[in-house]
Design a protein around this ligand. Structure first.
Ligand code: ZN
Length: 335
């Protein structure tokens, strides 16, 4: 049994309370490998932002849950070495699908877990989430629940259609489960293909496809029911067109990949939304940079020569999100 506090990690409680008050959101970036983690930590340190490191089921299968935990512990030391004396780093399980998995993450040193019972009948979601909360809270680990189903594909989480969160259920769910934050469905979606072209309209100024707007009426209704309660948005990559173009220019084949416009996320970040999950944008940045090196220097075979530029591109993207979309820069409690 390892407690996250011994690893220098923090839970989400304080940072969410400050984010709601301050009208910004904490970035939750998924990681699977060293270069991604280095880029996240450098971006967070340089912008003085709190940050949530997320581990999905796919990441655990790819990199091993224990190794990822040690990497997060290393990330705290790395942040300090980069000059941040009091980093605020959360290690969070993304889309936990069982009590046993959440328990094993709590026992291993995670400071926050998500239990995703959103696909279950309502009463079963309540019971499962409550069970995880009761266990996690004994160790001061915070818990994210989910109500409503997001469309799209992310690792092993997938659904055909959205089911928007029903605002009538949120008080009951939050009260009975005791969860610390709630992921809701208002039209964001997992993966790089969030919308089909026929769901979008063409912006006459740029000629680019614009997806349907997020259901801010649902978010408003949730906030009215649960004033001051931390809300989470999953599937909030913007799928930057420059990366899609770069990937295609250098031999890739991404068709009509469309994400959430950053102005919508900026608007959400100012509300009770205090955690915004971004995964696909990092995958796109990494792939675009690697493809460019392979295309421009076909004789290169030192992985550091293509993973290095990929790391730089991810760092640039993470900083942009922190500074220009979420507004979490300069928000550490102590520098
Ligand atoms: Zn998700």
């Amino acid at each position: 049994m390892v407690n996250y506090k011994d690893l220098g990690l923090v839970n989400t409680k304080d940072m969410f309370a400050r984010a709601i008050k301050g009208g910004y959101a904490i970035p939750a970036f998924n990681f699977n490998n060293m270069e991604q983690l280095q880029a996240i930590i450098k971006a967070a340190v340089e912008t003085k932002s709190p940050v949530i490191l997320q581990v999905s089921k796919g990441a655990r299968n790819y990199a091993n849950q224990t190794l990822l935990r040690y990497m997060a512990e290393g990330a705290v030391a790395y942040a300090k070495e980069l000059g941040c004396e009091h980093p605020e780093i959360v290690l969070h399980l993304d889309h936990g699908d069982s009590f046993e998995l959440c328990k094993s993450c709590v026992d291993l040193g995670f400071s926050s877990v998500m239990i995703d019972g959103s696909h279950l009948p309502y009463e079963e979601n309540v019971a499962l989430t409550k069970k995880v909360v009761e266990y996690a809270h004994q160790f001061d680990v915070t818990v994210e629940g989910e109500l409503g189903v997001l469309a799209g594909v992310e690792d092993e989480v997938s659904a055909e259609h959205h089911t928007y969160t029903n605002p009538e259920e949120v008080i009951d769910f939050a009260t009975r489960t005791g969860c610390d934050s709630l992921a809701i469905s208002i039209g964001t979606s997992h993966g790089a293909y969030k919308f089909k072209p026929e769901q979008c309209h063409v912006d006459p100024a740029t000629g680019r496809l614009v997806p349907p707007p997020l259901a801010f009426d649902v978010l408003d209704a949730v906030m009215e029911k649960l004033p001051g309660f931390p809300i989470v948005l999953h599937g909030s990559s913007s799928v930057p067109q420059e990366y899609v173009d770069m990937i295609n220019q250098y031999g890739g084949k991404l068709e009509a990949a469309i994400g959430i416009p950053e102005e919508e996320l900026r608007k959400a970040a100012k509300s009770a939304v205090c955690k915004i999950n971004i995964d696909s944008d990092s995958r796109l940045a990494m792939t675009a940079a690697v493809r460019r090196v392979f295309a421009e220097k076909p004789a290169e075979f030192d992985p550091r020569k293509y993973l290095g530029p990929a790391r730089d591109e991810m760092e640039k993207m993470y900083k942009h999100k922190i500074l220009n979309v979420l507004g979490s820069d300069g928000k550490l409690a102590q520098c």
